[in-house]
Design a protein around this ligand. Structure first.
Ligand SMILES: Nc1ncnc2[nH]cnc12
Ligand SMILES: [Zn+2]
Length: 335
């Protein structure tokens, strides 16, 4: 099964580039930028990655991002993640980035986006991984701040496909960002949002009805509301599920109790993703491997999850079909 998963062509639809920042690269970049970090070794960092909830994790995640200053830093961060994609048969990835985490510290929007996009272009050319970008607004900040970010993004609009909403969910409902999402859609960005990770089903309703999102990041708590489940199935919207993130942040107590299989049985279009792989104990293949073991998923379940990853990507229909054909050939030859 492990080999089947490792060779399975797949897409990753929920990945924060700042969450792919491995401790070894963090030390390297901190040293070259002459920035002090509050850790002496990789082991010390890994010990600190013991979270009780989302906010615990976010506090460390934002602190680590402080060492990213130059375009080269964003390039190295992104290229290093894309190399891991190639090694895992992740053929396509949709990368979230948090501009406000960097612009708040005086790093320009241009520095961030240029570093990331140059890495994406080089990776497509050199190692054949396709990617697109999701600019995510930080929901613990104001809508006005998000508007500032939207404005800064306009000169780089052709490099960004979608807008997202992330950071501290509780107390920051999607409705807080109604106007900036409307303006973002008017600029041509596709709306997605984190909803129902720690927040209630009501936040998922708001994300789909008020923000008009096309895909739900996490969405676990939709299971609290039967009419919401029906609505998501009816609208044919995918959920980007992140198993190891869910156990690391205690959204789910044990992978054996993860609702992924239940979601598939209910007709929800689930996909498997890593969220913040450097912090949650595994890249996307580790997420597939661990959830397969915990829930005893069959090869046909895994095939469905990989199909969903391409089908509900933001790629154009031709490219989607090309990947789905490649996946089908793999499944027929390896089932
Ligand atoms: N799992 C997550 N939830 C909300 N915001 C995030 N930012 C990075 N990872 C996140
Ligand atoms: Zn996330």
């Amino acid at each position: 099964m492990k080999l089947f998963i490792e060779n399975l062509p797949k897409a990753e639809l929920h990945l924060h580039i700042e969450g792919s920042f491995e401790p070894s690269l963090m030390f390297k970049i901190a040293e070259r930028n002459k920035i002090e970090i509050p850790f002496n070794s990789i082991e010390e960092i890994e010990k600190a990655y013991n979270f009780n909830c989302l906010q615990d994790f976010l506090d460390i995640y934002y602190q680590s991002a402080n060492v990213l200053i130059k375009e080269q830093d964003f390039y190295d961060l992104t290229y290093s993640y894309l190399e891991k994609c190639a090694a895992q048969n992740v053929r396509h990835t949709e990368i979230m980035f948090d501009p406000q985490t960097h612009t708040k510290r005086g790093v320009s929007f241009k520095t961030v986006i240029d570093g990331i996009t140059k890495a994406c272009e080089a990776a497509e050319e050199n190692i054949g991984v396709t990617s697109l970008l999701i600019m995510s607004y930080l929901r613990h900040l104001s809508e006005e701040d998000a508007f500032k970010t939207l404005k800064e993004s306009i000169p780089f609009k052709n490099k960004i496909t979608a807008v997202g909403l992330d950071s501290s969910e509780q107390g920051n409902p999607p409705s807080k960002f109604k106007n900036v999402f409307e303006a973002s859609v008017n600029e041509g960005y596709i709306p997605v949002a984190h909803a129902g990770e720690e927040g209630p089903a009501a936040y998922v309703w708001e994300a789909i009805d008020i923000l008009g999102i096309k895909r739900i990041d996490h969405g676990n708590n939709c299971l609290q509301d039967e009419s919401l489940i029906k609505e998501i199935v009816k609208r044919d919207m995918a959920l980007t599920i992140c198993p190891l993130s869910n156990t690391s942040l205690h959204v789910v107590d044990d992978l054996k109790n993860h609702p992924l299989k239940k979601m598939l049985d209910l007709g929800l279009k689930a996909t498997i993703n890593s969220d913040d792989p450097a912090y949650f104990g595994g890249q996307v293949n580790r997420n597939y491997i661990e959830i397969q073991k915990a829930l005893n998923l069959s090869k046909s379940d895994l095939y469905l999850l990989a199909q969903n990853s391409f089908k509900y990507s933001l790629l154009n229909e031709d490219k989607k079909q090309q990947y789905l054909n490649e996946l089908e050939v793999y499944y027929i030859n390896n089932k």
